[in-house]
Design a protein. Structure first.
Length: 222
């Protein structure tokens, strides 16, 4: 059984009581927090930014993955690092020079990750696999929570897993979008090691602990 990380997407948290949601995610057994930043340009919506990360950072010891759904995210690497970001996930589609963006994340002290949208092929990200800590395969169109998982993204997860194993790389594969107990096993079987889940975690009728247990059960056969 491989290590499986559960990352709670705060987009589905109660924004009026964000501190409670952050603490509940940690107490409920999540391994990481996922902080969705949208700029109203790369994606149609606008969400949260540096001041909100600064506000929640002292409340938890969990690592924070900053998911930048923002054009030219490298401009903000230092600001998010100073605010306490641990992983800096950028979209390959949003960067003119993705290698420079990866370098900016590392220089700022964060672990760089690169994400691909549903329409972006694995071949685009393949040359970067040796330079990043994590690949994020979007399993919905980025821009909103609560959408349905796209199973047609699973071959991309398998392909990245196959390529990185073949090259002896230890790049972690994450999936984001529509991840719940019912969809997680397919993603894990395909090679995902980090499950990012918003409504699956914060919207679970049994609470966060039950949600996390249900997601971890996806690893049972792995
Ligand atoms: C979507 C975001 C996701 C979102 C996932 O653009 O990147 O992190 O919060 O939400 P669910 O788990 O509800 O699909
Ligand atoms: Zn996200």
């Amino acid at each position: 059984m491989r290590n499986l990380k559960i990352s709670a997407s705060l987009l589905a948290a109660d924004f009026a009581h964000l501190a409670d949601s952050v603490r509940a995610a940690e107490e409920g057994g999540c391994d990481e927090l996922h902080f969705d930043v949208m700029d109203g340009h790369f994606v149609p919506n606008i969400t949260v930014g540096v001041p909100v990360l600064e506000a929640i950072r002292p409340l938890t010891r969990l690592p924070v993955d900053v998911h930048m759904m923002v054009d030219e995210p490298g401009r903000f690497a230092e600001a998010f690092a100073d605010a306490g970001g641990d992983i800096f996930t950028v979209h390959i589609e949003a960067c003119k020079d993705v290698r420079a963006t990866i370098e900016a994340a590392r220089a700022a002290g964060m672990r760089p990750a690169v994400s691909i949208k549903p329409a972006t092929p694995v071949s685009d990200i393949e040359p970067l696999l040796g330079s990043i800590d994590r690949v994020l395969v979007m399993t919905v169109e980025p821009g909103a929570g609560g959408q349905s998982f796209m199973p047609e993204m699973l071959p991309k997860v398998r392909e990245i897993q196959r390529i990185s194993a073949g090259r002896g790389l230890d790049v972690e594969i994450a999936v984001d979008g529509g991840i719940k107990a019912g969809t997680a096993p397919q993603a894990v079987q395909a090679g995902a090691r980090t499950l990012i889940s918003g409504t699956g975690v914060f919207g679970h009728p049994g609470g966060i602990r039950a949600a996390v247990d249900a997601l971890r059960a996806a690893n049972a056969g792995g």
